[in-house]
Design a protein around this ligand. Structure first.
Ligand SMILES: [Zn+2]
Ligand SMILES: [Zn+2]
Length: 312
């Protein structure tokens, strides 16, 4: 469907170490009836309770196998099983995903009522969902690490009602068929005519795009080609400018580097995430990023939700 709501819940925004107010990374994306997780840090299921966004997760995309990004899967899977889940769960991630899923099943001494499959992704891999694609790109984090892009299919163009009436189409079900891209016939016998959707629809309109870098140093090659024009660029911003050297050493980005990435990639909104526990708040991070990027910059708190609107 082209008119789905697209909501992003920031269930965990901490970097590496949790704090009393920030959980390790977990981003839930709800689109229509689909629920996708980008990373699933420790305590993610309690954050889902607090955010009241449910446990009906269709798929989990793990960016890399540092514990702050996957420890929440263990508890979440047990809770899903207690809740009587029977639908299969797919866990996507870079190399080592199969070992992780094997360990997950091995340590689970409870009656797992659904199947769990691990799928290994690499730069350029993609997974098709109904109405959108999630693709992976290589991040720069010192170990195999991926970022993810959720890319909606283009939407049909606007329906030109006046033009349709001019062409003799009676308002009613035929309007809907044309809007869905179907060709319709009107009239009978020798008077019969065909009206194509292109006759009454404007140019196709872009879908929405969310880019999540996971943990990464400043903008890497992989991202430049594929991550342009994101409606939401969710970028590693572990450090502020005073710690830029530390960021490079530990394969993380500063907020200013996230700002540069947002500028270079023509993002619409920049979201700073993975804030190091050394900072009491992310105010300096937002200021650093705003010096490099003219668009809106957000440093969400845990449980914040952002709704991503269509561009027009
Ligand atoms: Zn991390
Ligand atoms: Zn990491």
């Amino acid at each position: 469907m082209s008119g789905e709501t697209l909501q992003v819940y920031f269930l965990g925004t901490a970097g590496a170490l949790p704090t009393p107010s920030r959980n390790p990374p977990c981003i839930m994306i709800r689109r229509g009836s689909d629920t996708i997780l980008f990373d699933c840090g420790e305590g993610a299921q309690q954050q889902m309770m607090r955010a009241r966004c449910g446990f009906l997760v269709n798929a989990i995309f793990v960016s890399h196998w540092h514990a702050d990004h996957f420890l929440g899967i263990f508890g979440l899977v047990q809770t899903m099983s207690f809740n009587g889940r029977t639908e299969p769960l797919t866990i996507y991630g870079p190399e080592w995903v199969h070992e992780f899923v094997a360990i997950l099943k091995k340590v689970a001494r409870f009656n797992l009522k659904f199947s769990i499959e691990g799928v290994e992704l690499a730069h350029g891999s993609w997974v098709r969902f109904d109405g959108y694609t999630i693709s992976a790109f290589g991040a720069n984090h010192g170990i195999p690490a991926l970022g993810y892009i959720l890319d909606e299919d283009p939407r049909p163009g606007r329906f030109n009602r006046e033009r349709a009436i001019e062409l003799g189409i009676p308002p009613g079900p035929l309007f809907g068929r044309l809007q869905r891209g179907e060709t319709v016939k009107i009239g009978t016998g020798t008077e019969q005519r065909t009206v194509n959707p292109e006759d009454v629809l404007g140019a196709r309109r872009p879908g929405r795009k969310i880019v999540y870098t996971g943990d990464t140093r400043e903008v890497c090659h992989g991202i430049r080609d594929v991550a342009r024009d994101a409606d939401l660029l969710i970028h590693d911003a572990t450090y502020d400018e005073s710690e830029a050297e530390r960021g490079a050493e530990f394969y993380h980005a500063t907020a200013a580097q996230a700002g540069v990435a947002a500028h270079v990639l023509s993002a619409r909104t920049l979201v700073l995430i993975h804030t190091s526990s050394r900072y009491p708040d992310a105010a300096a991070h937002v200021n650093d990023a705003k010096k490099k990027f003219a668009g809106p910059v957000i440093a969400p708190n845990d449980l914040d939700m952002v709704e991503v609107p269509f561009r027009d």
